[in-house]
Ligand binder design. Structure first.
Ligand code: ZN
Length: 259
């Protein structure tokens, strides 16, 4: 099993890097908006955060969600008493992540962490990497809880993690997607998720979904388009207008008073 998990890591990393390169290239070919500020500085800061976050996950947790799912399954520990079927498990994980994201916007302690992601004053594929390491650790703990309560099968957790990486890279990317209005009936598109990165609070607190767009529609958090249009809308948080690109400042941001 350990060898299989090694492969999982290699597959995840390849899919992730491949898509990051693909969407970054597409951002050159079919850009949606002209971007403000210094792209190299932003991308470097966002990349450093993903490296830090990965190290935090490996060092602090010693294990991955996949290994945990195997352990729960082998020892029959699921509180539900049985394993949730594969497809249902994927949908359930997506619903849990939706609510986790919503709660991270509302509870001040969690918002301190999540605002690091929102303090980027532009949005492209690299923004999908910009999460505070502590937020990444908390997300993993939420998945651990889901695994032990619902008996999420290992394949579902692995597929879900890959899907989540892929859709996050896609829906943060600055690309013009054809047939957006049809596509967003099935998947969160860049135009849909960009609304969530608007400085206008009613827009920041909308469109929380990462994979399927249905939760926002069901739970009343769906906003179709940014009030000021995709080109003119301001991205980020008003208190970090210049965008924050220093790695140290990003890491310390949750522990400092808001400017
Ligand atoms: Zn958010």
């Amino acid at each position: 099993m350990a060898a299989a998990m090694e492969n999982e890591n290699i597959i995840r990393l390849s899919v992730f890097l491949g898509l990051l390169i693909l969407f970054s290239a597409l951002e050159f070919v079919i850009p949606r908006r002209t971007m403000p500020g210094s792209k190299p500085k932003r991308v470097l800061a966002n990349l450093s955060l993903v490296v830090m976050s990965s190290i935090a996950v490996k060092v602090l947790l010693f294990t991955t969600t996949g290994l945990f799912a195997i352990w729960v399954a082998e020892n029959d520990l699921a509180l539900l008493g049985f394993q949730t079927p594969f497809l249902l498990a994927i949908v359930l994980l997506d619903l849990i992540i939706y609510w986790q994201h919503r709660i991270f916007h509302v509870v001040p302690m969690f918002w301190r962490l999540h605002k690091v992601h929102h303090s980027d004053n532009a949005i492209d594929a690299s923004t999908a990497l910009r999460f505070h390491p502590v937020e990444i650790v908390l997300s993993i703990l939420v998945k651990f809880a889901a695994i032990i309560v619902f008996g999420i099968p290992v394949l579902a957790i692995v597929v879900f993690e890959i899907l989540l990486n892929a859709t996050a890279l896609f829906n943060h990317s600055n690309i013009k997607v054809p047939f957006d209005s049809i596509l967003r009936l099935f998947i969160v598109t860049p135009d849909m998720h960009r609304v969530h990165h608007s400085v206008i609070p009613t827009e920041t607190n909308s469109n929380y979904g990462f994979n399927v767009p249905w939760w926002d529609r069901i739970f009343g958090s769906y906003v179709a388009q940014p009030e000021r249009g995709h080109q003119d809308m301001k991205i980020g948080l008003s208190q970090y207008e210049g965008g924050e690109t220093s790695l140290l400042k990003l890491l310390l941001m949750p522990f400092k008073r808001s400017p």
